[in-house]
Design a protein around this ligand. Sequence first.
Ligand code: CDP
Ligand code: CDP
Length: 253
Amino acid sequence: KRNLFQIAIDGPAASGKSTTARLVAQQLNFEYIDSGAMYRTITFAALKENLNPTSLIDSYKIINIAKTSKIQLITIDNGTPPLAHTSPPQPLLPKTRVLFNEEDITEKIMLPEITRNITGIASNPGVREALVVKQRAMAECVVMDGRDIGTVILPNAHLKLFIIADPKIRAERRLKELKRIKKMENLEMSEVLADLLRRDKNDTERKISPLKMADDAILLDTSGLSIEEQVERIIKLALEKMRKNIEYLNENI
Ligand code: CDP
Ligand code: CDP
């Protein structure tokens, strides 16, 4: 796949992966693949079938769902330039619609019930194996974000980023987002922070495909960065890498 260009973005929850990945993909005219949405989709499907993500017996049925279901991630460009003219400034992000066996579950997979149950799904090796196959098949000229993209899914990605930010800043960002988009006014900061830390711990400590910075990834701390600055840095890195890559291809034709 040396004629493709793959950008892998990993990091803990709410570090800014998907916002950046979407905008970078839009500017480069690449595909954006939200691998977290796929884990959320399997969690949704399991709960819908009354399967318990942490039950050994149910885990086999859940693996079967992951293998046989059709997951589609469809990016709809908002048709507006990124980061434009809103007050207060909010980037107008391209949106990904998530279809599970043709059913649009985009909003449903972001509900707290899904987030609470996701770790059982994410640590199920059979589910991960099924999603690896689907995710690799989606990787053309792509920006993909998740936890194991640079280490497992796209180990040969041309550019790998590991995005981190101070946990309190991440919780503040996520709280603001949930209040804005989901109108969850009663949500407490402490609740959001606890959920992020619990998932980070689980993601880092699980046996299979743990959250880990790839040896050749670039670390980016976004605690003090705006979304615009974050996107700009990554685009710059991507263009440098693309130039080197083309030079290499030229020399080795
Ligand atoms: O947006 P946020 O960072 O909160 O979560 P997400 O990217 O939607 O991912 C939700 C959960 O799916 C994570 O906490 C991980 O447990 C799992 N996940 C994973 O295990 N591997 C991936 N490549 C992506 C997500
Ligand atoms: O995908 P991930 O869970 O890593 O994070 P995200 O969904 O991209 O970002 C979480 C929230 O932080 C979003 O509401 C972003 O708009 C916001 N954010 C921010 O305010 N400043 C940044 N530099 C990056 C993200």
